[in-house]
Design a protein around this ligand. Sequence first.
Ligand code: FPP
Length: 248
Amino acid sequence: MSSRAASLSGALPRHVAIIMDGNGRWAKKRLLNRVRGHEKGAETVRMVVRATRELGIGHLTLYAFSTENWQRPASEVSALMILLTRFLNSEKSELLENGIRLEAIGDLSRLPEKVLNTLDHIRGVTAGNRDMVLTLALSYGAREEILSAVRGLAADAAAGRLDPAGITEADFASRLYTAKTPDPDLLIRTSGEMRISNFLLWQAAYAELFFTPTLWPDFSKEEYLSILNDYAARERRFGRTGDQLTEF
Ligand code: FPP
């Protein structure tokens, strides 16, 4: 793969995070079973991973299954788990060939054993890859992640290992699933919903948000590049003034 796409100009995000939404509506519009929408959505995942790698973006995090998604009909949950396992197995060689490390965040203990074993295997064999990190958020919920970090800090404080008054943002961030990952610079959500839906609530504090009405199965490489161009044109101020930024 080439390291940069020709049609992009300006600053690239270091980390792109995506809420992949609209598989069900895509299928419904075509009078198909929702699972067909997820299958088509998996093809979009493949395209986005490839494009991200080609562009030289270091981190891609995909919201593939939320803690709330466990409440879906059992048949849909199990179809999603099968699809995920199939995807992981089919992408293994491409991840290896392209230096992509697979990571997963979320309450992975809730995943079926087969998914967990496949995930562990692919994480293991790709652990040495350095060119890009693909993180799948699975059984993920940001509030739960935050609560678990808080519990860890509280336990350390109660045991006298930590001074509550001295707790820093870095202390907190180091207890999140994403401890070793830079915060997302760009957060995309497809399907027209304008919500964050419990995704990376702490980490996305300064992310540029981009909402598109396109349903995930219809999301194309052209649209991805156009969003990245839009991102490059935005001024990220992190609370400073525009004039202050030009002084750097
Ligand atoms: C949201 O669409 C999508 C999901 C809950 C699952 C995302 C899964 C995939 C894209 C495919 C498998 C994943 C991988 C990583 C291979 P929705 O079902 O909520 O759509 P709706 O809002 O239109 O009903």
